[in-house]
Design a protein around this ligand. Structure first.
Ligand code: NAD
Length: 335
């Protein structure tokens, strides 16, 4: 049995993939799904969703948007997006809808709550959730969507806010081949890679493995930068050497956590924007659940989870996750 089906079989909450095999029959015709004339819905316009929605607008997709934060819809409204007052109001006007929300509970609320998407979703709609959430919740949403004659796929992203801004995200898609093919045009307008991972939930499985590795490498990069600086090395020189040596990784090269090493990354902007520490702690929790269910040892993932949980409860929750570097410099840890 594969690791993922193992996860599915043991998780209890997971629905059977076979129930989803009928999914392709419920999606609208491919021509209306690929059209740039009809409105596309977008819910969740935070650090990532705002850029993603803007890229859809730039590529000529008319949008109807919703977010609980009035500030986050303002700029997109000025740029031509229509604003709705509830998720239901979005769903009633579209046959394609993207959600980009913080965590599983927000996705459940937006889809199944009062005035949620499922209260007004049109038959044949394609619902694309790009949030990083528990794979079992994606599967639960897919089953509920099927009951409404719609199709739900998971399409979490990797790449960070700059990749979202530049349309360079990687989408990891879980859903039927038909749904994947229909989502591809829309997703390609926001990213450079759109990868079909398998049935619903497998996009999330790929995403949580990636983020567990990212968290471990970010903490490792922060430790190496902090130690090197204390040993008297100039930060930019140290980063340059790491990036031409075997310690090189995305965290050292593209998203260095030490302020001043790179321009245009959160570490050089007091760790504002970017990918919040609380969100990273959430993803590491998802990876730990999956490790437990599949009996996969992940000791470094577990340690990274604890470090990000402590940071979350120590004033770093809303700072970018590269603030692990700043956390290590905390006086309390350096006495
Ligand atoms: P964020 O907190 O900046 O944005 C989330 C948005 O959802 C906010 O604007 C918030 O107001 C809105 N929201 C919350 N509850 C809502 C509700 N009930 N109805 C409507 N809107 C609601 O988060 P983000 O950084 O944009 O991340 C979104 C998702 O993408 C998360 O699952 C995260 O793990 C994942 N992700 C983030 C990054 C990153 O670098 N920030 C990278 C990859 C993946």
């Amino acid at each position: 049995m594969s690791t993922f089906s193992n996860l599915t079989a043991r998780g209890g909450l997971f629905v059977r993939f076979l129930q989803l095999s009928q999914v392709s029959r419920t999606i609208s015709s491919s021509s209306s799904m690929k059209s740039k004339q009809s409105l596309v819905g977008f819910i969740g316009l935070g650090n990532m969703g705002n850029h993603m929605a803007r890229n859809l607008l730039k590529k000529g997709y008319p949008l109807v948007i919703y977010d609980i934060s009035k500030d986050s819809v303002k700029k997109l409204q000025e740029d031509g997006a229509k604003v709705a007052t509830t998720p239901a109001e979005v769903a009633s006007q579209v046959n394609r809808l993207v959600t980009m929300l913080p965590a599983s509970a927000h996705v459940q609320e937006v889809y199944t709550g009062n005035n949620g998407i499922f209260s007004s979703v049109q038959k044949g709609s394609l619902l694309i959730d790009s949030s990083t959430i528990d794979p079992s919740v994606s599967q639960e949403m897919a089953k509920l969507a099927q009951g409404k004659g719609a199709t739900f796929i998971d399409a979490p992203v990797s790449g960070g806010v700059n990749a979202a801004r530049d349309g360079l995200l990687t989408f990891m898609v879980g859903g039927s081949e038909t749904a994947y093919n229909l989502a591809k045009d829309l997703l390609s307008s926001m990213g450079k890679n759109v990868v079909h991972c398998g049935t619903v939930g497998t996009g999330q499985a790929a995403k949580i493995c990636n983020n567990m590795l990212l968290a471990i490498s970010m903490i490792g990069t922060s430790e190496a930068m902090n130690l090197g600086i204390k040993l008297g090395l100039e930060p930019k020189l140290l980063a340059k050497i790491l990036n031409m040596s075997s310690g090189r990784c995305w965290s050292s090269e593209v998203y260095n956590p030490c302020p001043g090493v790179l321009d245009g990354v959160p570490s050089s902007n007091d760790y504002k924007g970017g990918f919040g520490t609380a969100l990273m702690a959430k993803d590491l929790g998802l990876a730990q659940n999956a490790s437990t269910v599949t009996k996969s040892p992940s000791p470094l993932g577990s340690l990274a989870h604890q470090i990000y949980r402590i940071m979350t409860n120590s004033g770093y929750a809303d700072k970018d996750f590269s603030s692990a570097f700043k956390f290590l410099q905390d006086k309390k840890l350096n006495s």
